[in-house]
Design a protein. Structure first.
Length: 338
C-alpha cells in the first residue's frame, strides 16, 4: 500500500469539491444556479407545490418532517434610501429550525429563484421504497442532522431477511445526504456494514463502491431500483475477495503512522489518539504485523460512532485509501456508475 501521495490527493479532492458542486448542483458558495431546463423556465414559486413545499402568505414556502423544518422567504430591499427601494430580489432567504412548535427559527443563507428543493423525508422515503422493491430486506437506519439543520446524513444497512448476522458478516449499506441551502446535491453513496465481536458493528461507505447524485422526484424510481439491484448483486459476489485481498495485504509501520498523522492534521489529535487505541498493540516483544483489513476495521469502527458530519467525511476519505478493492469488483461497480 502506497500512502506517500495521500496528503496531496486530499488537498486536490478538497479543491475539487467546489467544482463538483457547480457541475452537479449548480451552486457556488451561497448562490445556487439550477441546471434543469424546466426549472430555469419556472420561478421557485411556480414549482413550490410540486417540490413538496407549502405556500404561505407573504412569499414564504415551508416544509417540515420528523427531522427538521425549513422555510424559504422572498427578499425585498428596505424603503426610503432612494436607491432600489422596496425591490424584490431574485433570491430567497433560508430559515431552519428543529422539528416542533416551540423551537426557534434561524436564518442560514440564500438560494436563487431557480433552486430545486428536495425534502429530507421525501428523499429517504423514496429510497426505502426502491430498496424494498428489489427483494425482501430488513433495513437498519440512523440519522445525523447538522446543528444548523441545513444538511442531513441518513445511513441505511440492508440486511437480507434470511441472513443470520454473526462475526464477520458483511451487509451492503448506503449513505444518503441532502442539503437545504444549495451547497450540495442530493447524493447516495454505497458501502458495507461489518459485524464484529461483542455486537460491535462498523460501517463504511465510499464513492468507489458507487454513487447516485441529484435524485429527481419524477422518473427516478426505475433508475434507483436498477442501481440498488445491481449493486447488491456485485457486492454479494465479490465481498469474499475484497476481505481476502485486504486481509492478505500487509502494511508497514511507517504507512500506519502516515495515516495517523493525517488524521491528526485533518481531524485533530484526540481523534488520532482514539483511532490509535483501536489498533493492535506492538508493545513488548510483539513483532509488527498489521494488514489493510485490521487498519480498515479500526478506522471504520471509530468513524461509525463519529457524530460530527464534517469529521465523519474526513475520516471516511482517509479510510477509503486504506481499502484494497479487487479489480473485478471495481470494474463492475464502475459499469453500474455509468
Amino acid at each position: 500500500m502506497n500512502l506517500n501521495e495521500i496528503a496531496r490527493e486530499d488537498n486536490e479532492s478538497e479543491e475539487g469539491l467546489i467544482e463538483e458542486n457547480v457541475q452537479v448542483n449548480g451552486s457556488l458558495g451561497n448562490v445556487d444556479v439550477e441546471d434543469d431546463e424546466t426549472s430555469n423556465r419556472l420561478l421557485f414559486e411556480d414549482r413550490a407545490i410540486e417540490m413538496g413545499l407549502t405556500v404561505l402568505p407573504g412569499g414564504t414556502y415551508h416544509y417540515s418532517d420528523e427531522y427538521s423544518e425549513v422555510a424559504y422567504k422572498k427578499v425585498k430591499t428596505l424603503e426610503d434610501s432612494g436607491i432600489m427601494d422596496d425591490t424584490i430580489l431574485d433570491h430567497l432567504a433560508v430559515f431552519t429550525k428543529a422539528a416542533g412548535p416551540e423551537q426557534d427559527w434561524t436564518k442560514q443563507n440564500f438560494v436563487s429563484d431557480s433552486y430545486k428543493f428536495m425534502g429530507n423525508a421525501t428523499l429517504i422515503d423514496q429510497i426505502r421504497e426502491s430498496i424494498n422493491s428489489v427483494g425482501e430486506n430488513e433495513l437498519d437506519e440512523r440519522t445525523f442532522v447538522a446543528p444548523n439543520f441545513t444538511s442531513i446524513r441518513h445511513e441505511i444497512i440492508i440486511r437480507h431477511a434470511n441472513t443470520i448476522q454473526q462475526v464477520g458478516t458483511v451487509f451492503p449499506m448506503m449513505n444518503i445526504t441532502n442539503t437545504y441551502n444549495g451547497t450540495g446535491a442530493s447524493r447516495i453513496v454505497f458501502g458495507m456494514n461489518i459485524a464484529e465481536y461483542d455486537n460491535v458493528v462498523s460501517s463504511f461507505c465510499t464513492e468507489k463502491f458507487g454513487k447516485i447524485k441529484q435524485i429527481h422526484l419524477s422518473g427516478s424510481s426505475t433508475e434507483l431500483e436498477t442501481a440498488f439491484g445491481e449493486f447488491v448483486t456485485v457486492f454479494g459476489s465479490n465481498i469474499s475477495n475484497l476481505v481476502s485481498d485486504n486481509f492478505n495485504n500487509h502494511i508497514t509501520e511507517d504507512d500506519m503512522l502516515k495515516v495517523l498523522d493525517m488524521i491528526e492534521d485533518k481531524a485533530g489529535k484526540k481523534r488520532r489518539d482514539a483511532v490509535s487505541n483501536e489498533l493492535p498493540s506492538t508493545e513488548g516483544n510483539v513483532s509488527w504485523n498489521m494488514t489493510s483489513w485490521q487498519l480498515f476495521l479500526a478506522l471504520t469502527r471509530f468513524t461509525s460512532v463519529e457524530k460530527n458530519i464534517n469529521a465523519k467525511k474526513i475520516l471516511e476519505n482517509i479510510t477509503e485509501r486504506v481499502l484494497v478493492i479487487p479489480e473485478q469488483m471495481l470494474n463492475a461497480l464502475t459499469a453500474i456508475n455509468g
